[in-house]
Design a protein around this ligand. Sequence first.
Ligand code: ZN
Length: 305
Amino acid sequence: MTQRTIPGLHHVTAISGPPQQNVDFFTKLMGQRLVKKTVNFDDPGTYHLYYGNKTADPGTILTFFPFADAGPGRTGPGMASAYAYSVGQGAFDDWIDRLADQAVDFGGPEERFGERMITVADPDGAKVELIEVAGDQAPHLDGFHSATLWLDDIGPTHRLMTDVMGYVEQGYEAKNGEERTRLRAPGDARGAVIDLMRKDASAHCRSGTGTIHHIAFRARDDADQLEWRDRLLADGQRLTPVIDRQYFNAIYFREPGGVLFEIATDPPGFTRDEPLETLGQSLILPEQYEGQRSRLEKILPEIAA
Ligand code: ZN
């Protein structure tokens, strides 16, 4: 078999508190577009909110389940503990000024693998990292730089990602009580970097608001996804069947370090059920819930964009 590689992240999915503050933070402060307002397909009384760049491209998509009754979570080993957006070199200092002007607290700037970064907390206390990258990128945040996986033992995850998923080790850094091993997918797709991180301090993770639920990697199409499924099965991973998520097809598995991984197809994308111009403006329900629209519209809190 020829060596195959995952291009990078497709989306990151996290759990939030009340939706309005989440929408305000990501659209107004972070400058993302709300590209889909739908419901959790497994729990239609809860929203599923998708943010992305203007054209809702894979590698820019951040999604939230604003569970009404979720308590606060805690990041720890066995979880994706942070995600990072890329910021173009010319725009990094502007971001610092913008956050300072709006009296938003941030950590840093500091350096990670030689790149400057700052960390902002979202309304639920989750870490949003902004990392400066070379190149004249647009001033707005246009996709992911990386995600960090917090692991007790990076070995089994490292093996899976380099032997099977095609990632290449790029470096090691010990700083602030954390050890990071950087993996990168070959190519120039967004979100090509995954940091495997461990700390000496013991901690336990608990799913809840302010934590990441899963990270999703890209598959080119359905056939590519099925090939990945076969490869991962052959490696001994336990995967779900293909699940139709309306905007992509998904397979899920828990990688050996405990983090929930998904592989999502690029097509059909977010214009499947509404035009690009008006993405995210109205509540979109999948066919199976369209009959419950009036009931769901009463349950779901109103969101002002
Ligand atoms: Zn997902």
